[in-house]
Design a protein around this ligand. Sequence first.
Ligand code: GTP
Length: 379
Amino acid sequence: MKAVILSGGKATRLRPLTCNTPKIMVPVLNRPFLAHLVDYLKRHQVTELILAMGEVPEQVRAYLGVGGGFGVEIAYSSEQSPLGTAGAVKNTEELLRETFVVFNGDIFTDIDLTGMIEWHRRKGAIATIALTPVDDPTVYGVVETDAKDRVRRFTEKPSRDEVTTNMINAGIYVLEPSILTCIRPGVFTMFERDVFPLLLERGEAIYGFASRDYWIDIGTPESYFKLNEDLLHRHIGAKGLRVERQCSVQPSVRIDGPVLIGEGSCVGDGCVLLGPSILGKGCRIDEGALVQRSLLWDDCTVGDGARVRNCLLSSCCRVGRGSALDGCILGDKVTIGANNELPQGVRIWPGKCIDDHAISFQPWSNQEAAKKQGILDVE
Ligand code: GTP
């Protein structure tokens, strides 16, 4: 079966992580998100994948190629300007002759796609939409169904008193090719706003496939972190530690899992790693530094006595000796000089450099002082 993976959005909410890295390539447990998605689709015998993006980044082609290395077939479909979710699928029409799947390229889920495809066929639907429950439906598009699971209404961001269900559109569809006839080529069109409501008006059979299986979209820094945290728990255990090949971790390092240390990383004397945290490949954490509840992509460096808490660092970031970061998001190749304390929650764009002592000096570089203040309690 074929799937169109929608991955041509702007990914603004994940910036600066996504300034130079497409959302489908952000690392999750040290593998590009796309690799997890391909694994999932393969498990459900969906092996002919069409990546619908703006201009296909070289990074994606270099990683996936035509899919042989992953046991799937990959085709690419590009858009000169964004065509919207439905417009992007229309753009691939010539490849879609039979029932197919559409998948938002930022969703990680355990939803039973095989069961959903069977259900779609059994119901004789023109479209089946996966539905997932959320705590607060007022910020989503909710989908109301009747007792036989047929979709009755779509409501965008309902007010509290309008809420009749907490089931939202999960961004996964099984569709019949005939649906493409109601989308105009080259025109920005969205499934949720334009196509599905039109089909309902025409009395077409749209069904909801409700599932309580794990579902998350990695559209925000919080949910991106949450997916990594959940998968650490799933694969490494709530307090677990996984150290990949060719790492050097000094015996004095204190680790409180779950922590994943990527291939070729070095963790120096007296460091503290508190989970959930992930170090990418080739990271270097120098003497007495603290990494807590943070994700570091490949080739990051944290200097002596520096503290990185609740942070997301893209590839090749350098945090200078004695600096302190809390809740910060750094684009790739950001350099923070020594002895800076960044304001909580700042986002720093790729390639920026902050000089030594530029922002609010704190004496964290002195490990003894840090220990006294309870920041590093190395036994
Ligand atoms: P934000 O800018 O942070 O809202 O992210 P986004 O642009 O990725 O938007 P959104 O979460 O609404 O998109 C859901 C999925 O649809 C993502 O995987 C997007 O890449 C994809 N998508 C959204 N718009 C388009 C489009 O115009 N073309 C294509 N091919 N995919 C799209």
